[in-house]
Structure formats: C-alpha cells, structure tokens
Design a protein around this ligand. Structure first.
Ligand code: NAP
Length: 250
C-alpha cells in the first residue's frame, strides 16, 4: 500500500549517502511521493535524487539562508506542482564541552539546526496554508530530551531542544490551517555525522545504554517520518516521537 501516493515532499540535508534524510527520501519515494532532495552541494543533491529515482529531484539549498529556502520552495512548487510534506533534517553537530563552545561553534550549530528549521518552514507555510494542508516533520534528537551525553555538545542539545519548542508552537499556530507539525527524536544512529569520530569506548558505552542492544538504522528513523508525513498520523500534531531503542524512556 502506497501511503504517500500523489504527494510531494521536501527533505533537507538529504544528500548524505548513509544519512537519515536520504533514507527518508527513499522510503517516501517508494510510497509514491515525488521527493525534492535539498542539500549544500547541488551535485550531491542531484546524485542522491538519481539514486532515489521515482522522479526525485535534487537541488542546492543552504537552510541557514532565508532567500535560498524561499527560492528552493518556489522551485519545488514549479517543478513538482506543490509541497505536501517538509522534513527538516539538515543538521550538524560538534562534540564540545560547555566551556569550549566558542561563538562560532554556537552560531554554526544553532544556525543549521534551529534557524534552518525555522527558515525552511517559513518558506513552505504560505503554500501549505493556501492549500489548507501539510505535514512538517522536524528532526530533533534524544540529546534535546536527556541533555546530550552521546556525541553532540550542550549547544547541540540546546538547538535540538529549540526545535522541540518550535515544533510545538508551530503545531498550535498552524493547526487551524490544516498543517501538522511533529518532531522525531532519534537516539544513536550510525551515519556520517559521527563516522570516524567515535572511539571504541564511546561505542561500547552507547550500546550499554540501549535496552534493545543495537544502534538504530536510518530506516528506523525514516519509518517514523513516513508515519508522521502520512494520513496514518492525521490526528497527531505537536508530538515528539522517540526512535531510540529504549535508551530514553520517559
Ligand atoms: P549527516 O549524514 O551528516 O547528514 C546531514 C546532511 O545535512 C549532510 O548532507 C550535510 O551536508 C547537510 N547539511 C549541513 N549543513 C547544511 C545546511 N546549512 N543546509 C543544508 N544542508 C546541510 O547526518 P545524519 O546523521 O543523517 O543526521 C540527520 C539529522 O538527524 C540531523 O539533523 C542530525 O542532527 C539528526 N540526528 C542524527 C542522529 C544520529 O545519531 N545520526 C541522532 C539524532 C539526531 P554536508 O555533508 O555537505 O555538510
């Protein structure tokens, strides 16, 4: 059964080959959606779109650039005919301690994760409002809920916690327009965001904290994004869905 037949979706930061965004784009496409993959490098975005197939398109968009977000949203409407779903997935992290966060670290991490989520949402909301329909899925993190402790520093936890607040405030404000807004909070998922940066000891400690005894996969996260994007979650808004193997149960 195709859950997104006839729908169109934007996934930001979706060019990373082993990333959560690309797995989400692939699953959406396999459920009948036309997908726009946005990322920093236009060639990477196009390559990812070719790989996903099913009419997916790739284009450059730095989510920290408001004009670029507006232009990308307009281009997607022009090429795919509309935007039903936005997944704000672009994100970066840095393993810093509180006293080593320099102003440029704060700016980089807050800008991509939080400002980018705001700007890209602002870029699609007028279009979704016009059509009285839409689903926005924001990728937060278990780090927001438990105060880090896996890889990202306190500024990453703060950015991802900011995303939770933004998600819920958008849910409240946009519900009368038929637009839903939800967050996904992944636990530890092995992707390039931490690739080569984890010691064996860190990996062992992480596994010890996961009741299900394994790290997550990009597909584990994609499945929850599909649920939140589709009509299966028609009455769900303002929620945070945990995808963490039980590493945080609250
Ligand atoms: P990833 O493989 O590093 O993918 C992130 C993508 O975002 C990359 O393609 C990156 O491009 C792109 N990007 C960076 N800055 C951007 C910008 N300004 N505008 C547009 N795109 C930008 O990471 P991932 O693990 O798939 O993570 C995806 C999301 O899940 C992130 O928000 C992350 O914080 C979140 N998350 C991940 C985990 C995990 O364990 N992996 C856990 C919780 C939450 P470049 O490669 O060119 O920089």
């Amino acid at each position: 059964m195709e859950l997104l037949a006839g729908q169109t979706a934007i996934v930001t930061g979706a060019a990373s080959p082993r990333g959560l965004g690309k797995a989400t784009a692939r699953l959406f496409a396999s459920h009948g959606a036309k997908v726009a993959i946005l990322d920093l490098d236009p060639r990477d975005a196009e390559t990812a779109a070719e790989d996903v197939g099913q009419g997916a398109i790739g284009m450059a968009c730095d989510v920290t650039d408001k004009a670029a977000c507006d232009a990308a949203a307009a281009a997607v409407v022009g090429k795919l005919g509309g935007i039903d779903i936005l997944v704000n997935n672009a994100g970066i992290t840095q393993p810093l301690k509180i006293m080593t966060i320099a102003p440029e670290n704060y700016d980089a991490v807050l800008d991509v994760n939080l400002r980018g989520t705001l700007y890209m949402s602002q870029a699609v909301i007028p279009h979704m409002r016009e059509r009285k329909s839409g689903s926005i899925v924001n990728i937060s993190s278990v780090s927001a809920q438990r105060g880090g402790g896996i890889f990202g520093g306190p500024h990453y936890s703060a950015a991802k916690a900011g995303i939770l607040g933004l998600t819920k405030a958008m849910a409240r404000e946009l519900a009368p327009d038929g637009i839903r807004s939800n967050a996904v909070c992944p636990g530890f998922i092995a992707t390039d965001i931490t690739a080569g940066k984890l010691t064996e000891e860190m990996r062992r400690d992480i596994l010890e904290g996961i009741p299900m005894g394994r790290t997550g996969t990009a597909e584990d996260v994609a499945g929850c994004c599909l649920f939140l994007a589709s009509e299966l979650s028609a009455y769900v808004t303002g929620s945070e869905v945990d995808v963490n193997g039980g590493s945080l149960i609250h």
